[in-house]
Design a protein around this ligand. Structure first.
Ligand code: SAJ
Length: 442
């Protein structure tokens, strides 16, 4: 029996040992799904704090409940380790490590390179390796395949190598790891077949494609699509500002079109560890082929100017009250990179706070999901959203519109509210003014 059939049989009878390298917002939910499907799962992470926490049945990931984790840990179906030698025991390994950018906005492949080197050291015939981290097209073939072949393993017969993009939308109440369709593309047809069989064992829908580059590009199209359309929505906010039109009214009315339109909304910029970064992986790759991906660059240019536009709105609103930004108390309401989560990564609120402080404002923040955060060596702590905090501010700026905040109370107590998210839609202020992101103040 050949390696492929042997591995397919071990996947079918659940005797295959599954490894997940990187136990973050992608790896941990995936590990729990494999364990629930009846596989013994070994999670590998470089952080002992993380592995100790997980082995105690405690989850550090919003979308994985402690009870669900504790159940598979208690049954001995999941364990976490920092010991790379355990990779020898694994038959299938999914890699879900970070793929950030360096300061020059070029890909930082160090985590993928390290994971691949470690796996290659312990890889054995009959193993499946799948990269999940979002990356430039060609990574799996150009960067991972040679390392596995250098270990004396032939791709497609000894070892099976594929790419399968993660599609985790943190905090999404409907779409989770299990019910979100999973794209899978292998170096060879046998690689695709084995990888598809693995994911089919625990996920609802598998979408096999013809190569790793195809799968890598599917992910980049998905997220570049978002970045470009968010950029368009942000440019519409600028257009509406100049025309004195309410951009939210325009977008809401356009969204009544039942076909051929998809709603995106303007805001203070884009945050998270995906949309601001992923398109730059494609732009970088295309630069090496002497092609300039103008949509990606233009969207990035527009999206990254939004924090300054919000700060300019605050300055105009204070000026209207015969106040300068310099010396004013400005309360930033909501700092996570999007609503109803606690994640600060790449949050535009960080830029808004920095720009306000550069203009001399005394900045405080309140976020019901973020107690504190560190930036530039400082620790910022969320203030209580008390009557005094609101009344004592010269302006409140809504940067992230968490659902748990009572915005009617905010507009009633704060003298000026600059709303970058349309959180005050339909509200009127008894005592102060609401300044929307675009269109002249009400
Ligand atoms: N944003 C806007 N206007 C919009 C949509 C989003 O300003 O119309 C902002 C958000 O406030 C946020 C940023 O853009 O700061 C990113 O928003 P997001 O909704 O794309 O959220 P992410 O980055 O957490 O998750 C996305 C996934 N989101 C959705 O599909 C809804 C998805 O693209 C990927 O699964 C994920 O990135 C990823 O990991 O790539």
């Amino acid at each position: 029996m050949d390696n492929k059939q042997r591995l397919l049989d071990k996947i079918a009878d659940r005797s295959a040992v599954i490894g997940v390298v990187g136990l973050g917002y992608v790896g941990l939910p995936l590990a729990v799904e494999f364990a629930r499907a009846g596989f013994k799962v070994i999670g590998f992470d470089v952080s002992k704090r993380v592995t100790d926490l997980l082995n105690s049945g405690k989850s550090h990931i919003l979308d994985v409940a402690d009870a669900d984790l504790a159940e598979v840990v208690g049954k001995g179906m999941f364990e976490a380790t920092t010991n790379p030698v355990r990779i020898k025991e694994m038959d299938c390994v999914s890699i879900a490590v970070p793929t950030p950018l360096v300061k020059t906005r070029d890909p930082d492949m160090s985590f993928v390179v390290a994971a691949t080197a470690t796996i290659s050291e312990y890889a054995h015939p009959g193993m499946l390796v799948v990269l999940e981290s979002t990356t430039y097209p060609g990574t799996t073939r150009e960067l991972m395949q040679p390392k596995l072949e250098a270990a004396g393993l032939k791709i497609g017969s000894d070892v099976f190598l594929a790419f399968s993009p993660e599609r985790v939308d943190p905090g999404n109440p409907v779409w989770h790891t299990k019910n979100t369709p999973k794209v899978v593309g292998g170096i060879t047809a046998a690689c695709t077949e084995v990888a598809a069989a693995l994911y089919q064992s625990c996920l609802d829908t598998i979408v096999p494609v013809s190569s790793t580059e195809t799968a890598e590009l599917v992910k980049l199209l998905e997220n570049t699509f978002r970045s470009v359309n968010i950029g368009l929505a942000n440019e519409m906010a600028i257009v509406c500002e100049k025309l004195g039109v309410d951009v939210w009214e325009v977008i809401d009315a356009a969204a009544t079109k039942p076909f051929g339109f998809m709603k995106f909304t303007p805001g203070p910029g884009i945050g998270g560890h995906c949309i601001p970064l992923d398109p730059h992986y494609l732009a970088w790759k295309m630069r090496t082929l002497n092609y300039k991906t103008r949509f990606i660059d233009l969207a990035s240019e527009i999206n990254s100017q939004m924090p300054a536009l919000v700060v300019e709105k605050v300055a105009q609103a204070l000026n209207h009250e015969h106040k300068s930004v310099n010396g004013s108390n400005v309360l930033v309401l909501g700092v996570a990179y999007k609503k109803n989560i606690d994640d600060m990564r790449e949050s535009p609120a960080l830029d808004v706070i920095k720009l306000l402080e550069e203009r001399g404002a005394k900045v405080s923040f309140h976020d019901p999901h973020v107690a504190s955060f560190r930036e530039d060596g400082h620790t910022f702590t969320s203030v209580e959203l008390s009557d005094d905090a609101l009344k004592g501010s010269d302006a409140v700026v809504i940067v992230t519109d968490h659902d748990s905040v009572n915005y009617q109370r905010v507009v009633d107590l704060a003298p000026v509210v600059v709303d970058a998210r349309n959180a005050t839609k339909g509200l009127n202020s008894k005592n102060g003014r609401i300044v929307p992101l675009s269109a002249n103040a009400a």
